[in-house]
Design a protein around this ligand. Structure first.
Ligand code: ME8
Length: 648
């Protein structure tokens, strides 16, 4: 019989920087769902990838002095890049799409043309407030305190000829989809979407889907100069990766529609524009879009741009991949935000893994070894203490499934750990070490240990999607083969042979010394100090004396027309005439901030022409790096010092 299919995706991440634990969180969660569905017997297609076009990447590449493709190649394919990270985290994706893949680029061109031909894309003019990092245009009313509502950064006015997608035409159908079905989950996100983007003043606006202000994107093949808006390019990855509009794959009918797992900040694109795009090209809609919460660090969303990122490599190397995977999914309810902390990480590993699961496994296998030489006897005797544990165990798979189907991964795990706790209590109730002292109680002792092994087998099976490698090791220790660790056998008692043989193995989850580890971690995660410029070679003292440094007052300061870099200063240098100096610090100051300030300048340099104007000297600034980025601050002096004073 053919297996039923299941398709699940992560967002495709921007390779604008190294990925962090927030990305790992989403990918690990999606991986656990994919593995759970495989365990159930589905033919799963699990897709992840990278979203490689757009202005942000173009700018980053420029700053790094390489081409955009070289830049993204390094982050995606390079050492400790995206692909390496997913290998490390034991991610079982079946496919990895890069939006720069040829087949995807061609598909996007065909899709764009298709939507243009069917009248859903038309040419117009765009003006509005634009947020460069988010690559989003916003209307005035959407701004929060005049800033980007997604990331809180400055927006700037921008205008360009552009193609538009008739989102407005699909607004009623999208509204119906959101309010009348469980397409978007958690349901708590539905109202926000409908109120802010569909039922808002003016209704759902048509979406600008091409750009002319930069070139790093999929070219619109029938209108040179335009590149396809990065979100249209990106969203369609979920179907181009299956072969939509290309010959690379032929699995669209087999796997689509699927489930899109995304972070809550991009629910807007997935819950509104994505279904509208699909309606336009006539494809079925996703089965579900699930908007998960954020990992919060120091009260802020962990993010590449905020700098508060935690390196998954560091954590996985110290605690093991499975412990990290487990921590992420056990601790934070998938639909809500969660505060990441090192303390929480260590205490979860110690409590659940070292104490509860690890101890259950090591105590059980040790006792089978100690009391029965590693193999239980056939002769066993049931007892009244068994009923409660076996009942709880028998219903576990169903309770787990109920939670997993709702993508409540945390609750699925909680169900398993309830049984693990119960099994540990069963050890205390049955006191195997007392039974062992009495030869006539050996059959009873054997059954107690058998029940513990069965508990470990069933719990281990259901934990496989979360901690695949460790659960393989657990299976080996309790002598369970693949068939015994299967979904079908996860709600059946009595699967291991009564004469079960165990192999004492290594401690799967060693206890962590909290204080020592916290100190080591905070040293590791402390912000790295930016290096200072190397010191220069010795100078000749007389040369130094020749430089005439003077205190000046800023009389006037303004931007130089057509220059992004220069500010023009009119200065009182104490001589009675006004001195003009141009300085390349426009990126760091608003001109009006500097008027009236007392500054330092070297005044006996030969005049230089810049942008057609004379500069008579140089203002003295501090130049340094902050998180790798160059910063410049003007040297500001005490206002009590009169203009013209000599600096020596
Ligand atoms: O938005 N907590 O890419 P992106 C939890 N390319 N999850 C987090 C997180 C955090 N602190 N930070 C990031 C993009 N994520 C687009 C997507 S899809 C067609 C295009 C996860 O690199 C979360 O899943 O900014 C979020 O939605 C995703 O990374 C954003 O990754």
């Amino acid at each position: 019989m053919e297996k039923p299919t299941f398709y699940i995706t992560t967002p495709i991440y921007y390779p604008s920087d190294k990925l962090h634990i927030g990305h790992a969180y989403c990918t690990v969660a999606t991986d656990a769902i994919a593995r759970y569905k495989r365990l159930q017997g589905y033919d799963v297609m699990f897709l992840t990838g990278t979203d490689e076009h757009g202005q942000k990447i173009e700018e980053k590449a420029k700053a790094a002095g390489v081409s955009p493709k070289e830049f993204v190649d390094r982050i995606v394919e390079g050492e400790k890049g995206v692909k390496d990270l997913w290998k490390l985290m034991n991610i079982s994706n079946d496919r990895f799409i890069r939006t720069t893949d040829d087949y995807h680029v061609k598909s996007i061109q065909r899709i764009f043309r298709k939507m243009y031909d069917n009248g859903d894309i038309y040419k117009g003019k765009y003006s509005g407030m634009y947020c460069t990092p988010c690559e989003s245009f916003w209307t005035e009313s959407q701004l929060v305190d005049g800033k980007c509502p997604d990331c809180g950064r400055e927006v700037k006015y921008a205008e360009e000829e552009a193609y538009f997608f008739r989102a407005s035409k699909y607004a009623p159908r999208v509204r119906e989809l959101l309010t009348g079905t469980d397409f978007l989950e958690p349901q708590s996100r539905v109202n926000e979407m409908v109120n802010n983007f569909i039922d808002c003043e003016g209704g759902l606006q048509d979406l600008c889907v091409s750009r002319t202000s930069f070139t790093w994107g999929v070219p619109v093949d029938f209108d040179p100069g335009h590149v396809v808006y990065v979100w249209l390019d990106a969203l369609f990855n979920y179907v181009t990766a299956l072969g939509y509009c290309n010959d690379e794959y032929d699995e669209l009918d087999k796997y689509w529609p699927g489930v899109n797992i995304v972070g809550k900040e991009i629910v807007r694109f997935h819950a509104i524009y994505w279904p509208a795009f699909l309606m336009s090209v006539g494809l079925p809609l996703p089965k579900k879009v699930y908007g998960h919460g954020w990992l919060i660090f120091d009260g802020k969303k962990m993010g590449k741009s905020t700098g508060n990122v935690v390196d998954p490599y560091v954590l996985a190397e110290r605690y093991g991949v499975d412990a990290l995977r487990f921590f992420l999914l056990r601790t934070f309810p998938f639909g809500s935000d969660g505060s990441f902390s090192n303390e929480l990480l260590i205490s979860t590993i110690n409590t659940d893994l070292a104490n509860d699961l690890g101890n259950l496994l090591s105590r059980t296998t040790a006792m089978v070894g100690k009391y029965f030489g590693g193999t239980l006897p056939w002769e066993q005797e049931a007892g009244e203490e068994d009923a409660d544990l076996l009942e709880l165990l028998g219903g576990l798979r169903d309770r787990y499934e109920t939670q997993m189907e709702k993508l409540q991964l945390q609750n699925g795990l909680a169900e398993v750990f309830r049984v693990i706790a119960r099994a540990n209590k069963y050890i205390d109730e049955t006191t195997p070490w007392v039974l062992a002292k009495d030869e006539t109680k050996k059959p009873r002792l054997a059954r107690v240990l058998y029940n513990l092994l069965e508990s470990l087998r069933i719990c281990g099976t259901l934990l496989k999607p979360f901690m695949p490698a460790s659960m393989d090791a657990l299976a080996a220790q309790i002598g369970a083969d693949e068939a015994a660790m299967s979904w079908e056998k996860a709600n059946v008692w009595g699967v291991l042979p009564f004469e079960a043989a165990v192999v004492k193995g290594e401690n799967l989850f060693p206890r962590i010394n909290v204080e020592k580890e916290l100190a080591a971690l905070s040293a590791l995660t402390a912000p790295k100090k930016d290096p200072i410029e190397p010191f220069k070679e010795d100078a000749v003292f007389d040369d130094f004396l020749k430089c005439d440094f003077r205190v000046c007052k800023v009389l006037k300061c303004e931007n130089v027309k057509k220059s992004q870099k220069l500010l023009r200063f009119e200065l009182d240098d104490g001589s009675g005439t006004t001195r003009q100096i141009l300085s390349g610090i426009a990126a760091f100051y608003k001109p009006e901030e500097l008027v009236g300030k007392t500054v330092a300048a070297i005044v006996n340099l030969p005049p230089r022409k810049m942008m057609g104007q004379d500069s008579n000297g140089m203002l003295i600034s501090a130049v340094y790096k902050e998180k790798g980025e160059e910063k410049v601050r003007l040297l500001i002096l005490d206002d009590a010092i009169p203009a013209g004073s000599v600096l020596c």
